[in-house]
Design a protein around this ligand. Structure first.
Ligand code: NOJ
Length: 745
């Protein structure tokens, strides 16, 4: 019986594989047939992408003709920034008037939701909840694909160790393992059952590569790093996205060790299309082909186009270098037509896979658009994602959660009534910001019998203290004070780097003034990056990091403040005490002179005017309940590198508090002696566990061979014998259990 079941499964699997192989074959044949009919100009047209009629997300190239006419002439393969079925229809109609009727791709930055705005990606990363993240992208894809969009420029999978960088909000934080898991979840969510499903959008892994390591955290800046760091830290999420079947890659604005990513053959040809066998296409970032002139890498657009196509950039977003130069480059024998054919093939293949040749209007269905957006069950999912994204940084004496029977609560701060701000950067104005729930509204929804007194106190950035007296008076009337403070939403995002990441303006002074009333104070912080707020961290009993939580932000914040949801978020990025510590990250090397403590300054690696430890470490986040970790055990295994089989690591975890709660248990390893050296901790796995009060559960992780491996100085992936430490933590700086084992040769 068992055998026949296995056999049936095998046959079904073979049929599926065979079918998709056959489908791919027919797509390849169709692509070749179409390619055979195309003139060189039509081929080059497919490599050209223009900005549409929505807000431009970069500097638009001037002096161009009428876009619709160009589309009719077959000079455009894709457009971006066109939203809504009516707009998309106008553009697709034009494409259907071109000689070969090749449909357009409609690309859009659907970064954290489409009509319903979900928390910013960095916030979602704090949930460590892959199912919820996948679901969020599924909903975004369902909405976007009903509005004409078939391609999203997401996920951004750039690792970021520098919170000054404005785009830190758009990624999954600092860790390559967490970042890879999130990259997979996002690709799966966007692409659903595969591109070609009517409710899927083709995803883009961006920005290839190392964009997040811009020197000094200044956007668009150069990147200089060893190839080993590139492979260890920055490439894993890209590889994970490629393995998860992401349709496209976008290259990046930065140069990497002197070579702009857009003209970088090593990245795009050797690694991506070579070693990783990526079959999708690479779109340039906005204007990045032309920007190779500014980099000083190409003399003019003609040379820039030559460098980019040679290096494997398939589609030119907005720089017009390809459309204006490729034909001449071919005529001048500087670019072989085979290179152009390869790029066109990759793009056409995706258009076939999306089903656009069967029905160019597949995603342009106004009836679907009317019913797919803002569905109540999806708003509920956005609320759930939002509460999972919050991080309880501090909760002295269990000040939180609040009782719903409090007589008077003071709501103070510049973000109490914030609505559209909650959407954060990279959100879309699909529904004119209708239906966003502010913190004030969320609080009132939860505690209808409480009296809320409100004072703004100060604005986000102004230096005026004029509102302080009113805020202090409001605090004095209340049993508890909730303060909503933070950055403005456009202080993070593209081109939004900052050298000063302190809580802006006089906000921290306002917190001091309110705290001085002696009332219990809870501070909610909203921002797209880790901020610096040392006084608050040291003096305010309860702090919740609320990022930008999207449409349902106010309800979600109130869910957490009132304990309808027990917070479970953990920081996906280190919070520094000062900009002077940046870059700061948990998985650093030990150095030859590690400090023994934060006060150890005796000829050790430390700042004399600043502690070494961060304000809050990677992985940190509290709950309203407590968890006890016990009995770490390693399963039996052959301790030799050669015969190494997966190692079982298990332990018990108990909810020792009075509430049900979720804990993200984190598995770190350290390779104690190795050449080259290894970080003091590396996250290798995690699980989010739900436990009822008093419940105890065994948690098991499996460490596989590759998790003990690393790149040596020749970029070979090796495992070395020696001592490995296994650490189970509830944060990178709070290791609950540990054990070592030896690996022999
Ligand atoms: C530039 C950004 O770097 C990229 O992430 C985005 O997708 C494009 N502009 C299009 O808006």
């Amino acid at each position: 019986m068992k055998i026949s079941l296995k056999l049936i499964c095998l046959i079904v699997l073979c049929l599926i594989v065979n079918r998709s192989f056959a489908q791919q074959q027919t797509i390849d044949q169709k692509v070749d047939a179409l390619l055979g009919k195309m003139t060189l100009d039509e081929k080059i047209g497919q490599l050209n992408q223009y900005n549409g009629d929505w807000e431009a997300t970069g500097p638009v190239t001037k002096d161009v003709g009428n876009k619709l006419d160009e589309i009719k002439q077959g000079r455009v393969g894709a457009v971006l920034n066109i939203m809504g079925t009516d707009h998309c229809r106008t553009f697709q109609d034009a494409a259907m008037k071109s000689r070969l009727k090749i449909p357009l791709l409609f690309g859009q930055d659907v970064i954290h939701g489409y009509s319903i705005t979900f928390p910013i990606p960095l916030a979602e990363a704090a949930s460590w909840d892959m199912e919820a993240i996948e679901k969020a992208e599924r909903i975004a894809a369902t909405e976007a694909s009903a509005s004409g969009i078939n391609w999203t420029f997401a996920p951004m999978v750039d690792i970021a160790r520098d919170p000054r960088w404005g785009r830190v909000m758009e990624g999954a934080g600092e860790d390559p393992y967490l970042g890879s898991q999130i990259a997979i979840a996002r690709v799966k969510g966007f692409q659903g059952n595969g591109i070609g499903s009517p409710d899927a959008v083709m995803a883009t892994a961006k920005h290839f590569a190392a964009y997040g390591a811009a020197i000094g955290g200044r956007d668009y800046n150069s990147v200089d790093m060893s190839l080993r760091t590139l492979w260890e830290i920055y490439l894993p999420p890209f590889k994970a996205a490629a393995d998860a079947g992401v349709g496209t890659f976008m290259n990046s604005f930065n140069d990497l060790n002197g070579i702009p990513a857009t003209g970088n053959s090593y990245l795009q040809r050797d690694v991506l299309k070579g070693a990783w066998k990526f079959k999708g296409f690479v779109v340039s970032d906005w204007g990045s082909i032309g920007e190779m002139i500014n980099h000083g890498y190409a003399k003019d657009n003609y040379e820039a186009a030559q460098e980019a196509i040679t290096a494997g950039s398939d589609m030119d977003m907005e720089s017009r270098s390809y459309i204006n130069n490729l034909a001449k480059l071919v005529a001048d024998k500087k670019v072989p037509v085979t290179l152009i054919d390869d790029a066109v093939r990759r793009i056409l293949r995706k258009k076939f896979e999306l089903g656009l040749f069967d029905d160019p209007y597949k995603f342009i269905n106004p009836d679907r658009e009317k019913t797919a957006l803002n569905r109540p069950e999806n708003l509920e999912a956005a609320r759930d994602m939002a509460r999972k994204s919050m991080v309880l940084l501090k909760n002295d004496n269990n000040l939180l959660p609040l009782s719903k029977n409090l007589k008077t609560v003071a709501l103070i701060g510049p973000l109490v009534k914030a609505e559209k701000e909650l959407k954060g950067f990279w959100s879309l104005d699909v529904d004119q910001n209708k239906g966003i729930v502010s913190l004030m509204e969320g609080m009132k929804n939860h505690a209808p019998d409480t009296k809320f007194v409100y004072a703004e106190g100060c604005t986000i950035t102004a230096e005026s203290h004029n509102g302080f007296a009113e805020a202090v008076a409001a605090a004095k009337k209340a049993n508890v004070v909730v303060m909503a403070m933070g950055e403005a939403p456009d202080m993070t995002g593209e081109a939004k780097s900052r050298s000063n990441i302190h809580l802006p303006g006089v906000q921290e002074e306002l917190i001091r003034a309110v705290k001085a009333t002696g009332k219990p104070v809870i501070v909610l912080l909203m921002a797209g990056r880790p901020m610096v707020f040392n006084w608050t961290a040291d003096n305010v009993p309860s702090i919740v990091y609320a990022w930008w939580l999207g449409t349902q932000g106010g309800n979600a914040m109130a869910d957490v403040l009132y304990g309808d949801y027990n917070p479970s978020g953990k920081l996906p990025i280190t919070f520094p005490r000062s900009e002077g510590q940046i870059p700061i990250y948990y998985n650093h090397y030990n150095t030859g002179r590690p400090a023994k403590s934060d006060t150890d300054l005796f000829y050790v690696s430390a700042y004399n005017d600043l502690r070494n430890s961060p304000q809050y470490a990677f992985g940190h986040g509290l709950s309203y309940t407590t968890f006890e970790y016990q009995n770490l055990e390693l399963g039996k295994f052959k301790p030799s590198v050669k015969g190494l089989k997966p190692i079982q690591v298990s332990f018990m975890i108990k909810n020792t508090g009075k509430r049900a709660g979720e804990e993200v248990v984190q598995l770190y390893i350290r390779d104690m002696v190795s050449q080259p050296v290894r970080p003091i901790k590396e996250l290798k796995d995690f699980k989010k566990i739900t436990l009822q009060p008093g419940e105890i559960r065994r948690v098991t992780f499996t460490i596989k061979r590759d998790e003990l491996a690393f790149y040596n100085d020749k970029l070979e992936r090796i495992t070395q014998p020696g001592t490995f430490q296994i650490m189970i933590g509830s944060a990178s700086d709070y290791i609950r259990l540990q054990k070592s084992f030896e690996l022999t040769n």
